[in-house]
Write a protein that binds this ligand. Sequence first.
Ligand code: GTP
Ligand code: SPV
Ligand code: MN
Length: 588
Amino acid sequence: MTNNKAVLNWIEEMKVLTQPDQVVWIDGSDAQRDALRAEACSTGELVKLNQDKLPGCYLHRTAVNDVARVEGRTFICTKTKEDAGNINNWCDPDEMKAKLNALYEGSMKGRTMYVIPYSMGIVGSDFAKIGIELTDSIYVVLNMLIMTRAGKEVIDALGDCPEFVKGLHARKDIDEENRYIVHFPEENLICSVNSGYGGNVLLGKKCFALRIASYLAHNEGWFAEHMLILGIEYPNGDTKYIAAAFPSACGKTNLAMLIPPELFKKQGYKVWCVGDDIAWLRIGADGKLWAVNPENGFFGVAPGTNVKSNPNALATTMKETIFTNVVHNLDNDTVWWEGLDKNPPKNALNWKGEKWDCEDGSKGAHPNSRFTAMAANCPCISKEFNNPAGVPIDAIVFGGRRAKTAPLVYQSFDWNHGVYVGSAMASETTAAATGAVGVVRRDPMAMRPFVGYNMGDYFAHWLEMGKKIPNAPKIFNVNWFRTNEEGKFIWPGFGDNMRVLLWILDRCAGKADAVETPIGYVPKAEDINIEGLADAGITLDVVKDLLSVDNNLWLEDADGVEEFYKIVGDHMPEELYNQLAAFRNRLK
Ligand code: GTP
Ligand code: SPV
Ligand code: MN
């Protein structure tokens, strides 16, 4: 498929190392994809679903020990430990390579090595970057064909250029003890072994588009962020764009595809999805920050997705979708998950492939079960999705799961304070990564697991960029997850989050008032439109409560921020310590 020497030499080297029976280039054709689907069905790797109800849809089950990203086994291998920083796992590159090579050696014997040329971003555009993933998993190939622009056009676009991101993935034995997700940012290289799940193996996603890309962005003066991108179209036809960073499984896909509440819909408001997980942002000629979504599909959380919460996501998954670790309804070969509807199938297999009794109290789908669906199939995909220039961002929104401290929304005083707000983010952990769920941990900019270099330098980069963006977006923080005494979410969330986004955009346009508090600008309760929310229990007093700021809770939180900064260590910018001190003073 190519004469590119750098590509051919590397593949030859990896072939010698892993010893596959054959090498197959992925060309991006329907014929090849169909043949791979058929082969995966014949081995049980995929289950073909009801093609009348779910055309082109398949089900996959991972190994039981392989259901989420593994942060403890994810490494950034720069020459010095200092360059990776204290938040990342680090190992000397040579030492790590010796370990990996021993694992890779002969790992593809009896298997096929697939060569996937893929582009993150629109093929050939200024924003785009090319990667090649070598994998022995058809599941990975089929997912990459949805999640990225992949195939012959990409290798043609690369031409003779030796610059591309190398990715080697071997399933090996799916052995947890020898599972490694390793990045060599100085060499544009990613190595993954002993996993077959999502972010561990779809190397274009978190590994490339965040960890490697954030490293490149730091060197080149742009941003690679864990952010959704959405456009709100006003009744007059104007569209304003927002980029929002929430940690894994904290609502990016849902917000990106939100359906406006009836009252706004009637007035002619529309919401368009540009991206649901990753944004690459650069300074445009007009001095604004412009964002593209480098992906081509959605790897979305299944549980909780339903006709009410996210009808657009549900519609997107009705064709050409791969479902991972959901319930298989044996009566009609469809799928189910917790929160889809109130009718769990009676004759069904759970995510492990065992006969499942929906009444025995066990979960049918894994909490981190996912759908892989094409952006092109999303009813609300933005017409700018394929625009190589991206979209201009008016507001950056940070957020997370906070049962108490954080109010529904607030605005930072200025860029540097906004960077502080992002750096001080914390969220209750979810099933998207292995480990305990529901524990508050610091997750700055929702990037804790994804910064491919020293976190202190990452903060410095944010501060530095602020000086270079003449028309910088305003920075906000939201929290849809405040709970009442019974532990129930107070705010209805989902489509109703639009009410908060409209206040945010009004602030950007200088149209809304605010109350100055120690944490930043908080809305006047009456400025959040709650028309039609009485049934959901939302009154003006409830909004006041959702917007309340408890100085004591924030003082406690500041201690957590300081503790985290200390762990980040020497590279922490002084400016953020100054911000922290000023914050404490305002609270006292
Ligand atoms: P990743 O793909 O892991 O990066 O996750 P994400 O940030 O895209 O999260 P997603 O939108 O998939 O939401 C994760 C979970 O949060 C789902 O179970 C949703 O139903 C739930 N969720 C999303 N938005 C809201 C909200 O506004 N309120 C409440 N209560 N739950 C929400
Ligand atoms: C996340 O965990 O933030 C995800 C899923 O979007 S994964 O691709 O597994 O990283
Ligand atoms: Mn994510």
